[in-house]
Ligand binder design. Structure first.
Ligand code: HEM
Length: 260
């Protein structure tokens, strides 16, 4: 049986949003919430994540990022998993999220073990923790007992921090969630794992200053030698990135020994 988290379309009624948000915010969570109703929940989620990680380790950063994108929009209510037109999933900041199949797989197994008990929101929270552990990060106890939301609107994802946001804007967006600057810095440490697509830093490669074709200094540190970074430079030079050919890029082609 294939059970998916929120596989059917959901009617998006703005009025319900306020109710859903208050439900999510008032729910109580605690470590061991399922100790009687589904004692194997943690081991089932862990083994599922482990098995997917075994064939594709990049699933770990994908799940961690998905958890953040879920929690930042009306709390950790799994609304990111809801399918359908105009849902959070379809919003631009969420288009490259990965790992939905891992959550669906865990949900299928949990439905077989303890039907109708474990929320998808808890599965995602546990899977994010397990992903960090599998990536050699620290572990932590995950309080469970989240309820799944039923409302998901793409427009609400607009409050997610954007890659072009200034630090001040990022601080404001976190403050709106009750998170301070230290929380921001700590959480952005989530980028210790994972990758970014060329499109998110290409604009910082050349023409960084207004006075010349300079590369942003932080991009000259170790990643500069990574093959994927080189490919990004190359695609930019070849005009596939929508940027103009520049002298600086040509120099990089030579100094990085990139194929033309
Ligand atoms: C604070 C502002 C943040 C901004 C502007 C931001 C932006 C981004 C961007 C542009 C990417 C690249 C996406 C891609 O190429 O597919 C990314 C990836 C990622 N982000 Fe963030 N992020 C932020 C916060 C966070 C937080 C708080 C976490 C987790 C605690 C997180 C976890 C990740 C992970 C793990 C990846 C790699 C995903 C992968 O490899 O699939 N991010 N982020």
């Amino acid at each position: 049986m294939d059970v998916s988290c929120f596989s059917q379309n959901v009617l998006l009624v703005t009025l319900l949003l306020a109710i859903a948000v208050s439900l999510v915010e008032s729910q109580g969570t605690r470590v061991g919430f399922y100790s009687t109703s589904c004692p194997r929940v943690e081991s089932i989620v862990r083994s599922t994540v482990q098995s997917h990680f075994g064939s594709d380790p990049t699933i770990a950063p994908g799940l961690l990022r998905m958890h953040f994108h879920d929690c930042f929009v009306h709390g950790c209510d799994a609304s990111i998993l809801i399918d359908g037109p105009g849902t959070e999933k379809t919003a631009p900041p969420n288009l490259l999220l990965r790992g939905y199949e891992v959550i669906d797989d865990a949900k299928t197994q949990l439905e077989a073990a303890c039907p109708g008990v474990v929320s998808c929101a808890d599965i995602l929270a546990l899977a994010a923790r397990d992903s960090v552990v599998l990536s050699s990060g620290a572990s932590w106890a995950v309080p469970t007992g989240r309820r799944d939301g039923t409302v998901s609107q793409a427009s609400d994802a607009a409050n997610l921090p954007g890659f072009r946001d200034s630090v001040d804007v990022q601080k404001q967006k976190f403050a709106a969630k009750g998170l301070n600057t230290q929380d921001l810095v700590t959480l952005v440490g989530g980028h210790t794992i994972g990758t970014t697509a060329c499109q998110f830093f290409r604009y910082r490669l050349y023409n960084f200053t207004t006075t010349g074709n300079e590369t942003e200094p932080t991009l000259l540190s170790p990643p500069h030698s990574f093959p994927s970074f080189k490919r990004c430079v190359r695609r930019t030079v070849m005009g596939q990135g929508g940027l103009d050919w520049t002298q600086a890029a040509l120099t990089d082609l030579i100094t990085l020994s990139l194929p033309t």
